[in-house]
Write a protein that binds this ligand. Structure first.
Ligand code: ISE
Length: 336
């Protein structure tokens, strides 16, 4: 029997997931959608040629007989919908970030605690990217020995004008925050942000772009992650792990080598949805399969969402203090 689901938020990633759930993912049936922007959900459904009911509110969608709710609304709206859905006993797939504050993540965790088991998965899709999965296998199998340092780059060609200095952490670096502690099976100890010279191509007068985050883990791994959201040249993701016995890097995205006009070149992607398209497919299929077969999601949990949020909070604090800030976690419930 197919998992009946509803989707809340039909903007960019919502539309993409709706298409994915209706055409690529098996074992799932989308029965309802909602968006707070008047008319948007209806026009997306029409555009994608789907026979899906449009609901007036997330509350009505949640109580419409669905088994699972996909939350793809704006980040600030995630927590309320997630809590409402968990309280109604629904499985939840929530796009990243889980919530915009660590307090809201803890409220979501409290809602799950009432069942003493997981109902929710966070959309940290990089854990499903082939390159990251291979990197993790190399680290877990100690092929390069103990990890010592990690060097990352998360570059966007450009961002919208209202992108802010803190969003480089809470919306962009949040992916590295999640995937890196998962890669090395460790928790963060301290985090700090350094501001290099501001790019004259920054998307607004107010944004500090680029930024360099320095994170240390409990076991002593030192991570440097460069975030540059108006780099101009393309979408570029790098990750290099240096170990005692070798080094492992994320593979380059394959692209044809072209020789023309006395030059040899390969092209770069500009769109992050394209870069992680396979990871998104694997991620959603894994959520659906785990819920159907095991009665619980097995991907990134609300606890992982909380780790990301509290680490992001410390990094945003460091943007003001200029200092290394500690990352202090609450007590972890035993079912995570
Ligand atoms: C964006 O906010 C995302 O969430 C994407 O997943 C990420 O790849 C992109 O670089 C971010 O800007």
């Amino acid at each position: 029997m197919a998992l009946k689901c509803g989707l809340v938020g039909t903007g960019a990633i919502g539309r993409d997931h709706l298409r994915r759930l209706s055409s690529t993912i098996t074992g799932v049936e989308v029965t309802g959608v909602v968006d707070i922007v008047d008319g948007l959900a209806g026009s997306v459904v029409k555009d994608l040629n789907l026979a899906v009911e449009v609901y007036p509110s997330d509350r009505e969608l949640i109580h419409s007989g669905v088994d699972a709710v996909f939350i793809t609304s704006s980040s600030t709206a995630h927590a309320e919908t997630a809590i409402r859905a968990i309280e109604a006993g629904k499985y939840v797939f929530c796009e990243k970030p889980l919530a915009t504050t660590a307090e809201d993540c803890l409220r979501i965790i409290e809602a799950e605690k009432q069942y003493n088991r997981r109902l929710l998965q966070v959309g940290f899709m990089r854990r499903y990217d082939k390159g990251y999965v291979e990197l993790k296998e190399i680290i877990d199998n100690q092929v390069i020995g103990k990890p010592l340092t990690i060097h990352c780059r998360h570059f966007n060609q450009s961002v919208v004008e209202n992108y802010s200095t803190s969003m480089l952490i809470t919306e962009t670096l949040i992916h590295e925050i999640d995937v890196l502690h998962w890669l090395v099976n460790d928790d963060y100890n301290t985090v700090q942000v350094l501001f290099p010279t501001k790019s004259s191509k920054a998307s607004s007068e107010h944004i500090r772009d680029p930024q360099v985050a320095v994170l240390t883990t409990q076991s002593g791994v030192v991570i440097t992650a460069e975030i540059f959201v108006n780099c101009q040249y393309g979408y570029d993701i790098h990750c290099e792990v240096v170990g005692e016995e070798g080094m492992a890097s994320l593979p380059e995205v394959p692209s044809v080598r072209l020789r023309k006009n006395a030059a040899s070149s390969t092209s770069l992607l500009v769109d992050w949805k394209q870069r992680f398209i396979d990871a998104y497919d694997v991620e959603l299929q894994h959520f659906v399969d785990a819920v159907i077969q095991k009665g619980r999601p097995e991907g990134p949990s609300a606890w992982d969402g909380y780790i990301a949020a509290i680490t992001a909070d410390a990094l945003v604090r460091s943007q003001t203090t200029g200092k290394a800030e500690p990352v202090v976690l609450a007590d972890k419930p035993s079912f995570y």
